[in-house]
Design a protein around this ligand. Structure first.
Ligand code: NAD
Ligand code: ZN
Length: 330
C-alpha cells in the first residue's frame, strides 16, 4: 500500500510502498477514507520534544484518521468488517492514553492504518469521513479544552487565542455552550470565519482580551507572548487552558498568576466518549467543521501552506482517492 513516510527531523516526506498491515489480537485494519493535517505534524517534522511521547522512526504520520474496517484481529467482537469508524486519540482519562497513532505507531497518511479496538468510535450516518477524521483531534481536542478543562458554561466570557484548525472549533463549541466568545489571531483573515462561528468580536493581539476580563482563555497558539497575555488578561480567579504547542518554552508573569489566583492548565486531546459526543453534535448540524481537501500526493506542499499560516479551517486528504499514484519523493 501507499504511505507518506517521515524518517526523522529535517528529512523530506516520502511517498513509499509499504507492506499491508496485518491486525494482531485486539487490532483492526481501517481503510482510510480521510485523514486530517494537524499543526502538530509540523512540530513532529521539526523534531520538537513531545515530552513522554516518542516518535517512531521511520513513521507514517497522520493522527486524524477515519474510514472503513477491512480486517479484524482475534478477540475483536464489538466491531465488524464494513463498519465506518473514527480512530480516537484517547488521552482522557490520562491513564487510558496508551496509543498514539501517527506518532508512536504508523498513522493515517496511508491507504490503511492499524487501530486498536479500544480507540474506535462509530461514525453516525450523517457525518462524512472528512468530518469524522478531523473531529478526532481538531474538534474533540477543542471540545475537551473548552468544556472539560475550561469548564465553560452558559454565561461564561471566553477568549479563544489562535483561530486555526482547532481554535475555530473552540469558538463554535464555546458559543454552543452559551458563552460570549472573543477570538484572537495575528492573522486577520482568520477573524471572519470566527465571527461566523459565533465570536462576538476578534482581535489581533491577545492583550486586547484584558478589557473583556474573560472567565476562561483557551490558548490554541501556545507561543511565549500569548501565554503571558492570557495569564495577564483573564479575570482574577479565572482559568487559562493551554493547548497550543507553538513554543517549547514560555515565560509566565509570576505576579499576575499568583496575585490574581489564576489557574493555568494544560490540555491534551480528549476521551473516546467526548469524540462520540462531538460526532453527535456534527450529526445534529449544530457543529460543522470547516474542511478543505488536498490531493494525497500534494500533502507535503499543503504542510508548507499550514506552516506559513495560509490555511483556514482544517485540511484533509483521501489516501485512497487515487490508487494509481507514483511512488517516490513528493
Ligand atoms: P493551525 O496552524 O491550524 O492554527 C494556528 C492558528 O494560530 C493560526 O490561525 C495562526 O495565525 C494563529 N497564531 C499563531 N501565532 C499566534 C499569535 N501569536 N497570536 C494569535 N494567534 C496566533 O494549527 P492547529 O492545527 O489548530 O494547532 C494549533 C496548536 O495546537 C499547534 O501548536 C498544535 O501543535 C497544537 N495541538 C495541540 C493539541 C493538544 O491536544 N494539546 C492537539 C492538536 C494540536
Ligand atoms: Zn493534532
Amino acid at each position: 500500500m501507499k504511505a507518506i513516510r517521515f524518517a526523522g527531523a529535517g528529512q523530506p516526506l516520502n511517498l513509499e510502498t509499504v507492506p499491508d498491515p496485518e491486525p494482531g489480537p485486539g487490532w483492526v485494519v481501517v481503510d482510510i477514507e480521510a485523514a486530517g493535517l494537524c499543526h502538530s505534524d509540523l512540530h513532529i517534522m521539526s523534531g520538537m520534544d513531545l515530552g513522554d511521547l516518542t516518535v517512531k522512526s521511520p513513521v507514517t504520520l497522520g493522527h486524524e484518521g477515519a474510514g472503513v474496517i477491512s480486517a479484524i484481529g482475534d478477540g475483536v467482537t464489538d466491531f465488524a468488517v464494513g463498519d465506518r469508524v473514527g480512530i480516537a486519540l484517547v488521552t482522557h482519562p490520562v491513564e487510558a492514553a496508551r496509543f498514539a497513532p501517527g506518532v508512536g505507531h504508523d498513522g493515517a497518511f496511508a491507504e490503511r492504518e492499524l487501530a486498536h479496538v479500544s480507540t474506535l468510535v462509530r461514525i453516525p450516518d450523517d457525518v462524512t469521513f472528512a468530518e469524522a477524521a478531523v473531529a478526532t483531534d481538531s474538534v474533540a481536542t477543542a471540545y475537551h479544552a473548552v468544556r472539560a478543562a475550561g469548564s465553560v458554561r452558559r454565561g461564561s466570557t471566553v477568549g479563544i487565542i489562535g483561530l486555526g484548525g482547532l481554535g475555530l472549533n473552540g469558538v463554535r463549541i464555546a458559543h454552543l455552550l452559551g458563552a460570549t466568545v472573543y477570538g484572537v489571531d495575528i492573522n486577520p483573515a482568520a477573524h471572519g470565519p470566527a465571527l461566523e462561528a459565533g465570536a462576538t468580536a476578534c482581535f489581533r493581539d491577545a492583550g486586547q482580551l484584558a478589557a473583556r476580563q474573560p472567565d476562561v482563555i483557551v490558548d490554541f497558539a501556545g507561543v511565549d507572548t500569548t501565554v503571558a497575555s492570557a495569564v495577564q488578561s483573564v479575570r482574577p480567579g479565572g482559568t487559562v487552558v493551554l493547548v497550543g504547542l507553538g513554543a517549547p518554552v514560555a515565560s509566565i508573569p509570576v505576579a499576575s498568576l499568583v496575585m490574581r489566583n489564576v489557574r493555568l492548565v494544560g490540555s491534551l486531546g480528549a476521551s473516546k466518549d467526548e469524540l462520540g459526543e462531538v460526532y453527535d453534535l456534527i450529526a445534529s448540524g449544530a457543529l460543522k467543521p470547516a474542511v478543505q481537501e488536498v490531493p494525497f500526493t500534494e500533502l507535503p506542499a499543503a504542510m508548507d501552506r499550514l506552516a506559513r499560516g495560509e490555511v483556514r479551517g482544517r485540511l484533509y486528504t483521501r489516501p485512497r482517492a487515487d490508487q494509481r499514484v507514483e511512488v517516490g519523493a513528493v
